[in-house]
Design a protein around this ligand. Structure first.
Ligand SMILES: O=C(O)CCC(=O)C(=O)O
Length: 293
């Protein structure tokens, strides 16, 4: 494995907008330890863990009962559809602590993408670890989109947190090849003279990165723990967004089905009140991806 350096901690820049933006411009990421209250993160973890337990994936201690459930496989959706129905999972994308950082970055009103994503990463599934990639090929429309990745528990390197190739957002878009793991597209990073950085994350830490920043997950090398995390996306409202970016992740359930039984109205269809410009998705990244070497 490539040697990993530690992230630069940008917490002290939270009340210094120019410094915060400067860090993003220079490194392509902001590592913000303890940005979120740990209790809120624990509640989110418990809510998703309980869905996994209810569907028999995990025992009551949270240990896998069986082999890994891989994202995108038919059995994955037994759990994932229920995660998508969770109001708290969508509300979590609107946390004021994260919105504040996004406002400082985009310097206008923020669009929280409604297409929210949770990851459930099993041990003994190293081949399915999220490969090195840039989010832009999946998000498209504007490079000025930022991802907030949040582990829902303490996440030491052994549990498989996210790593960033610091400064890689300045390399432009890199060629992709087909790969296994979330997103299905990978980048060959050998020969790029930049450092991989990561952290032993604690619950409450948030990693924010630019859509051109190359990042990957570390393999979950624990014996019996799943890594749960969320990844949410944000951009300025004046920037375009692809139409399906306003649809639920995987598009299996519609919003009316997801919204059944929700308490809060303001989190439903909120983007329809915004003057958004939507554009068509460019399918060529997937269509033209080289076969894996
Ligand atoms: O959590 C993961 O394994 C993948 C997350 C990711 O690549 C992202 O947030 O863009």
């Amino acid at each position: 494995m490539v040697d990993m350096q530690r992230f630069l901690d940008s917490s002290a820049a939270l009340d210094k907008p120019a410094l915060l933006r400067g860090r993003m411009a220079r490194y392509g990421y902001l590592y913000l330890p303890g940005l979120l209250p740990a209790g809120i993160v624990h509640d989110m973890h418990a809510a998703i863990l309980n869905i996994c337990i209810r569907h028999g994936w995990l025992d009551t201690q949270g240990h896998p009962r069986d082999s890994a459930r891989l994202e995108g496989s038919p059995e994955f959706f037994e759990v994932y559809d229920d995660v998508q129905r969770l109001e708290a999972f969508h509300a979590f994308a609107h946390r004021p602590e994260v919105l504040h950082v996004m406002e400082l970055l985009v310097q206008e009103a923020v669009l929280v993408h409604p297409r929210n994503i949770a990851r459930i990463s099993f041990p003994h599934a190293e081949h399915f670890t999220t490969p090195a990639h840039q989010d832009y090929v999946h998000i498209q429309a504007t490079p000025e989109t930022y991802t907030a990745w949040t582990p829902l528990s303490d996440c030491p390197q052994s549990l498989g947190g996210l790593a960033v190739l610091a400064g890689s957002h300045k390399l432009g878009l890199l060629p992709v090849h087909k790969a296994s793991g979330a997103g299905g597209l990978g980048i060959d990073t050998e020969g790029i003279d930049l450092l991989w950085r990561t952290a032993d994350y604690r619950a409450g830490d948030v990693l924010i990165f630019h859509s051109f920043a190359v990042h990957e997950a570390l393999p979950n090398r624990t014996v019996d723990r799943v890594r749960l995390s969320t990844d949410y996306r944000y951009q300025g409202i004046s920037k375009p967004i692809v139409s399906d970016g306003l649809e639920p992740h995987y598009g299996r359930l519609g919003w009316p089905e997801i919204y059944k039984g929700w308490q809060r109205d303001d989190l439903q269809y909120y983007w329809r009140k915004m003057p958004l410009k939507t554009v068509a998705r460019d399918p060529s990244f997937h269509a033209n991806a080289a076969e894996k070497k």
